[in-house]
Design a protein around this ligand. Structure first.
Ligand code: SF4
Length: 76
């Protein structure tokens, strides 16, 4: 079962995006090329697209390195 909350294309309102939903380019309702127009973008309805939990565009979030790895990378 794939959950949108674990997918790198999902953005949550209000901190990650103005509109909550799926920002995969194939699923978006309204796309903008330029970064400064990001607020005008309209995401796809993630609940409808991934209703069965088998979304083909699912990509897992990048895992964060462990605390020890981050501490030692500071000294490198
Ligand atoms: S609908 Fe698919 S691509 Fe979009 S956020 Fe959910 S799992 Fe990811």
């Amino acid at each position: 079962m794939k959950h949108c909350a674990d997918c790198r294309h999902f953005r949550k309102a209000p901190y990650q995006a103005k509109h909550e939903g799926c920002y995969h380019p194939d699923n978006m309702v309204g796309k903008q090329k330029d970064d400064y127009l990001d607020e005008q973008q309209l995401p796809g309805d993630h609940e409808r697209i991934n209703a069965r939990g088998d979304c083909a565009q699912f990509e897992p979030l990048a895992s964060q390195p462990s605390l020890l790895r981050r501490i030692f990378s500071l000294g490198a």
